[in-house]
Design a protein around this ligand. Structure first.
Ligand SMILES: [Zn+2]
Length: 385
């Protein structure tokens, strides 16, 4: 419970599945091993319908359709079973990206007997966007180490961790409303898996708790010198690799999920690990070859174009008409350009090696500055060969 936030999220992810598959039994016997010994989620769902008070302080429900977490006794209308995820601690709910329900107030309930906690939670509610610091706690007249201990005991998270999660969520709520705050968030990279989870969920328009641990496809982020990338892969193949701030990313992910059923989770798989290593070597100037197995989701023509792009050596560039000619379809320049734009494997399928016939950079989904840097980097590969 006291692990780092990173560890915590991973445990939390496993836990979602474990809860579902754990043996049903008498809840009295299973408490207080809260982390892995919650009863079967069907039993908890019945308790939720019954507003069973025996689970107060032991089990909470995250509702994936609303992004809110509740006490099982909440008086609000009950969600469908498939939208429920049960957690054994408040910090699990928060780390999974759920915010506290206003009606049943799970945070306030947990802190009912502690005026310090109450006061700080109220202050946080009033200013969820603020970057809270220890100095603020001192300004309230509290001892920071005491506050840290009290919050840790109540919620498994410190006040500042709680405030950070909250700020993150507020930021992405704003984003969903259409304002572009994402750019600033991702420019500095993701601080933790929960930051990535929240940002990525907002980007593709789902509740952060809706990711499935047992999903076929797993999304993870990869830091590169040109900014964060998202990698989505199954156990065997890489399906998508894009810079996080690419405008079409949300559309691409949705299209991928339609073509490839089996759900989406947050996590890493062998292909993601492999491409992470290969990208590191690529940016370090050690190797321009990628051998990560890839799934190419596209029409036969699109796949043909992507294969042709992969034939262009690093350090060289082509125009669309060159490419169309190479494919034996000299009149299909525009179709080739469209297929180029549909590429979902940035860098690996090197659509950045396409320039306008006059040598101009033309467009690039990842931004022209990146295209320029990629071409410059690859020139160094050519000089050595
Ligand atoms: Zn509630």
């Amino acid at each position: 419970m006291d692990g780092s936030p990173r560890l915590f999220t991973q445990m939390c992810g496993h836990f979602e599945m474990d809860a579902r598959f754990s043996t049903p039994g008498d809840p009295e016997l299973q408490y207080p091993c809260i982390m892995f010994d919650l009863p079967d989620s069907r039993i908890l769902y019945q308790a939720l319908l019954d507003r069973d008070p025996r689970y107060e302080g032991r089990a909470w429900v995250g509702v994936t359709s609303t992004g809110v977490f509740c006490r099982l006794t909440c008086s609000a209308r009950k969600p469908k079973f498939e939208n429920c995820q049960f957690y054994g601690s408040i910090s699990d709910c928060l780390e999974a990206g759920f915010r506290a329900c206003k009606r049943c107030g799970p945070l306030a309930e947990a802190a009912a007997d502690d005026p310090t906690v109450q006061k700080l939670l109220t202050a946080l509610d009033a200013q969820p966007h603020k970057r809270w610091s220890e100095a603020d706690i001192v300004r309230f007249g509290y001892d920071p180490s005491n506050v840290r201990r009290v919050f840790k005991r109540q919620f498994g998270l410190t006040f500042l961790e709680l405030a950070r999660l909250r700020r993150l969520k507020e930021g992405f709520t704003t984003l969903r409303a259409g304002e572009t705050v994402l750019a600033a968030q991702i420019e500095s990279g993701f601080e933790s898996p929960s930051a990535f989870r929240a940002a990525f969920a907002a980007l593709i328009g789902i509740a952060p708790g809706a990711f499935r641990k047992d999903a076929l496809l797993q999304a993870d982020w990869i830091e590169t010198p040109l900014g964060s990338m998202v990698a989505i892969s199954c156990q065997h193949r890489l399906h998508l690799l894009e810079f996080v701030d690419r405008k079409a990313l949300a559309t691409e992910v949705r299209r991928l999920l339609e073509r490839q059923p089996g759900g989406l989770g947050i996590g890493t798989t062998p292909p993601t690990e492999q491409v992470r290593q290969e990208l590191r070597a690529f940016f370090a100037g050690r190797s321009s070859t990628f051998q990560t197995p890839c799934a190419l989701h596209g029409t036969a023509f699109e796949r043909e174009v992507w294969a042709a792009l992969q034939q262009i050596p690093a350090g060289e560039t082509r125009s669309y008409s060159d490419l169309a000619a190479a494919l034996g379809r000299p009149s299909s320049t525009r179709a080739v350009a469209r297929a180029n734009g549909k590429n979902q494997l940035a860098i690996i399928v090197p659509c950045h090696r396409i320039l306008a016939a006059n040598g101009d950079l033309t467009g690039y989904g990842g931004g022209l500055w990146r295209k320029r840097k990629l071409i410059t980097l690859e020139t160094s590969y050519q000089e050595r060969e």
